[in-house]
Design a protein around this ligand. Structure first.
Ligand code: AMP
Length: 543
């Protein structure tokens, strides 16, 4: 027997309409690429999103067409989020930090029709324009006064000119909720990047989860600043979540250094933020040297890479900021799990709460998880073993664009994350590695994440990465690569001493190497591939 409730579609246009009607005066504040701070309200944002949809329709854009952006977190990008998906087209956010070849590959693969680009990122597009065969128009996200006097690209369009004179009365179409709304490519650390095609339905369900009490618990009294870029898995869904909940949204534009972030957070009374660990390392360093505290911030969502326990402690002790540790993937829209406390756990001693936060949280409602061995057999969820992590849920990818990467999807509807994890008996997820990064020593696995986290807690260590190097007896052994804090003189012996009681004895690295900088990829993750190349010919002691 079927239920008799209305089958109304879940659509992204409903989010901006709701914000405009019920939170009309709540602000969206942006540090613009041109310089000044820009502020307007959800009502004004909705009007401009509709004008943009009208302009796109005039350019011949139809439902299903892909519209690319190469842009920072800012109000025009916000308008694109709602205009493009709202009109039934597909918003394709491109990462400006990718190599030019990757940008071309992805834009061609997606068959992007129009490309919107921030003023200071235009040189990236100029360099690759001749190779973008499907792109019909390039639009610079600025006004006439700031348009470049000359450009290698013919017929550049100006964003504000496109909007000017449009009535702003666009009626959003009622598309099928399962139709594609946005597109984001995986980072492609193995093989070519693959397209994850989000639907309206998956996005709305993910957004409802994000704003809910056990997750971000967003209300109109919050002010949120997503440092996580709008080109990285839709800024973890925060753009939609803030509009749906009437939360004031602060967008940092291109300035992501510690001082600029601190000043914006302070001026706009930001109480919640979100970003990858490297961004916070930089902010904490700035606060430390400038003698500042994050007075108004209450919580920050950190994910994308494991959050070192030392960072969780620093945020709390130095700033009274609670870290919410999230795990997710582009393929999961992206949030799969995050720190939430069971009844009574908030009263635990802070050391125990830090322990729980250093794990990757517990699954959010809607995401199921299991671990399996290499033969696909289920492994116990009691923290005793690590295995391949599989997930499923209504905002988990069911396939990649154009049918690629089929092997990641099992017949039972599970998605192979490529992560190795433990599932603890208290429901926590503990990521131990990317499967390609695990170190196999004497037939057992060493978790590079655990070792890195432990090393990051050692005074004088700014950042740490662990890779496995060949070993004749053990197959592989860990090399710990350390970047020291400026002026620090920490020695290998001191680091080993610090690690002694934090990891199993046989996990202790065979060698510690110091580097001036640890390489990071386009989404802020440590580039282990680069480190492996760098240390390719390196021999561990005794090998
Ligand atoms: P991306 O699709 O670029 O967001 O990358 C997803 C991958 O980042 C995951 O498969 C994990 O390997 C890694 N990742 C994300 N969050 C965490 C976390 N909290 N701890 C450890 N690894 C993480």
């Amino acid at each position: 027997m079927l239920g008799l409730m209305q089958d109304r579609p879940l659509l992204i246009s409903q989010i901006i309409d709701y914000a405009a009607e019920f939170h009309p005066d709540v602000e969206v504040v942006s540090r613009s690429v041109e310089g000044p701070i820009h502020r307007y309200t959800y009502r004004q944002a909705q009007l401009r999103a509709k004008q943009l949809a009208e302009a796109l329709a005039d350019l011949g854009i139809r439902q299903g067409d892909r519209i690319a952006t190469i842009a920072w977190n800012g109000y025009r990008h916000f308008e694109l989020y709602f205009a493009v998906s709202g009109m039934g087209a597909v918003l394709h956010t491109l990462n400006p930090r990718l190599a030019p070849d990757h940008i071309v590959f992805i834009a061609e693969h997606a068959e992007d029709q129009v490309l919107f680009v921030d003023l200071n990122l235009l040189p990236i597009v100029e360099a690759v324009r001749p190779h973008l065969k499907t792109v019909r128009h390039v639009v610079v996200m600025t006004d006439r006064a700031h348009m470049p006097a000359a450009s290698k690209i013919e017929g550049l369009l100006c964003y504000e000119e496109l909007l000017a004179g449009q009535p702003g009365t666009f009626v959003w179409p009622e598309v099928d909720e399962r139709s594609a709304a946005s597109l984001c490519y995986t980072s492609g650390t193995t093989g070519n990047p693959k397209g994850v095609l989000y639907s309206h339905r998956s996005t709305l369900l993910h957004t409802l989860m994000m704003i809910s009490g056990p997750v971000l618990g967003l209300t109109p009294d919050n002010t949120i600043l997503p440092v996580v870029p709008m080109f990285h898995a839709n800024a973890w869904g925060i753009i939609y979540a803030s509009a749906m909940s009437g939360t004031k949204l602060v967008l940092p534009g291109p300035k992501l250094d510690g001082q600029s972030l601190y000043e914006l957070m302070d001026a706009e009374a930001v109480d919640l933020s979100a970003g990858v660990p490297t961004v916070w390392l930089e902010l904490l360093r700035y606060c430390d040297t400038a003698g500042k505290t994050l007075g108004k911030m209450k919580r920050t969502l950190i994910g994308g890479s494991a959050v070192p326990r030392a960072m969780i402690e620093r945020f709390w002790h130095e700033h009274q900021v609670e870290v919410v540790h999230g795990w997710g993937m582009t393929e999961l829209s992206p949030v799969g799990s995050l720190t939430w406390f069971r009844r009574g756990e908030r009263d635990l001693p802070e050391e125990k709460r830090f322990d729980l936060t250093a794990w990757q949280g517990r699954p959010v409602f809607g995401v199921e998880m299991k671990i399996v061995d290499d033969a696909g057999r289920d492994l116990p969820k009691d923290g005793s073993v690590a295995g391949n992590l599989l997930v499923r849920g209504p905002w988990v990818a069911g396939g990649y664009m154009k049918g690629e990467g089929q092997s990641s999807f099992t017949a039972g509807g599970w998605f192979h994350t490529g992560d190795v994890a433990k599932l603890e008996s208290d429901g926590s997820l503990v990521i131990t590695d990317r499967s390609k990064d695990v170190i196999k020593s004497g037939g057992e696995w060493i978790s590079s994440i655990d070792l890195e986290n432990a090393a990051m807690g050692c005074p004088g260590v700014a950042e740490a990465a662990v890779i496995g190097l060949p070993h004749p007896k053990w197959d592989e052994r860990p090399l710990l690569i350390v970047m020291r804090k400026p002026g620090a003189e920490v020695t290998p012996a001191q680091i080993l001493e610090h690690l002694q009681d934090k990891v199993a004895k046989w996990w202790l690295p065979d060698e510690i190497a110091f580097v001036d900088a640890i390489p990071h990829g386009a989404t802020g993750k440590i580039l282990k591939t680069k480190l492996r190349e760098q240390f390719h010919d390196h021999k561990l002691p005794g090998t």
